[in-house]
Write a protein that binds this ligand. Structure first.
Ligand code: ADP
Ligand code: MG
Length: 530
């Protein structure tokens, strides 16, 4: 069978595959793909080691799809640690193989086996499954191993951790010896190495080391709040304007935020993996040309988009790892422009933020969100302006009878103020709202001595906590001088402790959800004044 070839970066691949992956948004092979694909196509066994998110699925998926010739039998078996991963891998390979009409079927425990058996009979070339369910099918004879040309162990270290090692060996033993074995893992613990020695033939090693993290020199800050949507809107109403990208963790997050913003009158466009190429292009065009200033995206969807003069990157959801933080914020501050990266965290995400700071060697400044009063102050002139215009145009007579009927019970000032509130806040104005507390932690008014911050810790005498426990926990965990810790007051159920201002955030970050004498603690800036 002759196959028309086409270049994908440095790789020469089946034209149909290049078309499929281009449609998937791939522009060039990732490093692990560039290194692995030729080796697999030449017939080698390969051990691939690279971090998550580096494109390992396509690194084995592309050459396997290209190598399949016989559509009547199962040619490749892929083992994954979980059902979610099996489904994901099957989807990705299905997409890669779309134009070659390759069928990839996920099989996993928890789904009725009859359904899987029927699907298997309908003709699939690649099966992706969790080890247990694969063995089940092999024992029933519903998956035959005679024609297997490829075995892939995906996330081998995960599978090991989940105790699948015997299952994996059982499958490896019963496969035809004329086959290629590919093993992918983020780490290479000893039991995996011994598997590779026993069952792989002169494997080639491909190791992609992490790229050096270089944080762009831009302003970085974070806001801690339980109400991120409200916090975001306050920023949008005050200091944030220009072109911005807001990152969410999931597609659903993108949709939800886009809806929440539009219900509050902000126009945004969402970008995620479910959009077709045409939809993506349309969104990007609007954003690039300035018809819309707010783009909401997932990490994956934002990959490969390249736009200059983005003024703000907002991490609505904190990125899952330091790499992705650096990638995200690298989208602003390009070409010598200034940029700001803002990250929202909920109280529980404090440690994740500190981890990002540590690994990416960067400092993310804590900031207070604007208060409702700040927002109003900013908008004051605008509101007055708008109202003056309406008054001058003088076409509001239809509404006057409403004012008049209200004047019996309310003053003109109150009616006007209420109408402005309704105009500004929409339906929110119809509900009773909680007092406008600052929604971030306040390190200033903790009732401590000048230069210190007083912390509240939710353990005390009842847990037999002593002054020594507090000092050693904080000094050791947060790595600050024990001498610098100030006054400590231990009560029955809680403790107050003062730490120097300069260490306050570090202490909060490190001690949050940490333990003191085995007790899981909550620590926060104290609220009362002395
Ligand atoms: P890993 O298995 O290494 O964690 P995945 O194979 O799950 O990584 O890939 C992560 C994401 O990157 C997927 O959404 C995938 O579609 C995408 N991806 C993979 N290769 C490329 C590429 N060459 N260009 C653009 N995106 C890619
Ligand atoms: Mg993977």
């Amino acid at each position: 069978m002759t196959m028309q070839k086409e270049m994908f970066g440095s790789l020469e691949l089946d034209k149909k595959i290049v078309a499929a992956i281009t449609y998937m948004g791939f522009e060039e092979p990732s490093p692990i793909q560039a290194a692995t694909i030729p080796l697999v196509l030449e017939g080698n066994d390969v051990i691939g080691q690279a971090q998550t998110g580096t494109g390992k699925t396509a690194a084995f998926g592309i050459p396997i799809v290209q190598a399949i010739e016989n559509y009547k039998q199962i040619s490749a078996l892929i083992m994954t640690p979980t059902r979610e991963l099996a489904i994901q891998v099957a989807e990705e390979i299905g997409n890669i193989g779309r134009n070659r009409r390759i069928k990839a079927l996920p099989v996993y425990g928890g789904q009725p086996i009859d359904r899987q058996i029927r699907a298997l009979k309908s003709g699939v070339q690649i099966v992706i499954g969790t080890p247990g369910r694969l063995i089940d099918h092999i024992n029933r004879g519903t998956i035959r191993l005679d024609h297997i040309k490829f075995l892939v162990l995906d996330e081998a270290d995960e599978m090991l951790d989940m105790g699948f090692v015997d299952d994996i060996e059982e499958i490896m033993k019963s496969l035809p010896s004329e086959r290629q074995t590919l093993l992918f893992s983020a780490t290479m613990p000893r039991p995996i190495l011994s598997l590779t020695k026993k069952y792989m033939k002169a494997p080639k090693n491909v190791t992609i080391t992490k790229e050096e993290l270089t944080v762009p020199l831009i302003e970085q800050c974070y806001y801690e709040t339980k109400d991120k949507v409200e916090g975001l809107c306050r920023l949008l109403d005050t200091e944030v304007d220009g072109k911005l990208i807001i990152f969410c963790r999931t597609k659903k997050g993108v949709d939800d935020l886009s809806i929440a913003l539009s219900s509050r009158g902000y126009i945004s466009e969402g970008l995620h993996g479910d959009l077709s190429q045409t939809q993506r292009d349309r969104v990007m065009k609007k954003f690039r040309e300035g018809a819309c200033d707010i783009l909401i995206a997932t990490d994956v969807a934002a990959r490969g988009i390249d736009i200059d003069n983005i003024t703000h990157v907002i991490n609505f959801d904190i990125p899952q790892d330091p790499e992705s933080y650096v990638h995200r914020i690298g989208r602003t501050g390009r070409a010598g422009n200034t940029g700001v990266a803002m990250t929202f965290i909920t109280p529980r995400e404090f440690r994740q933020l500190k981890l990002i700071e540590r690994i990416a060697h960067t400092k993310i400044q804590r900031r207070q969100l604007p208060t409702g009063a700040d927002v109003l102050e900013r908008q004051r002139d605008q509101i007055i302006n708008k109202l003056q215009t309406v008054l001058e145009i003088n076409q509001y007579q239809d509404y006057k009878s409403i004012t008049e009927s209200l004047l019996d019970d309310y003053s003109a000032e109150d009616i006007a103020a209420a109408a402005i509130k309704l105009m500004q806040e929409g339906p929110k104005a119809l509900q009773v709202q909680a007092e406008d507390e600052p929604i971030a932690m306040d390190l200033q008014n903790t009732g401590a001595k000048p230069g210190m911050v007083r912390m509240f810790v939710n353990v005390g005498r009842a847990q037999r906590i002593t002054v020594k426990d507090i000092i050693s926990a904080i000094a050791i965990e947060a790595d600050i001088p024990a001498r610098s810790i100030g006054m400590i007051n231990i009560y029955d159920k809680f403790t107050f402790v003062e730490v120097p201002e300069e260490y306050a955030e570090k202490v909060l970050g490190v001690m949050h959800k940490n333990t003191i004498r085995g007790y899981k603690v909550n620590i926060e800036p104290a609220k009362q004044r002395r």
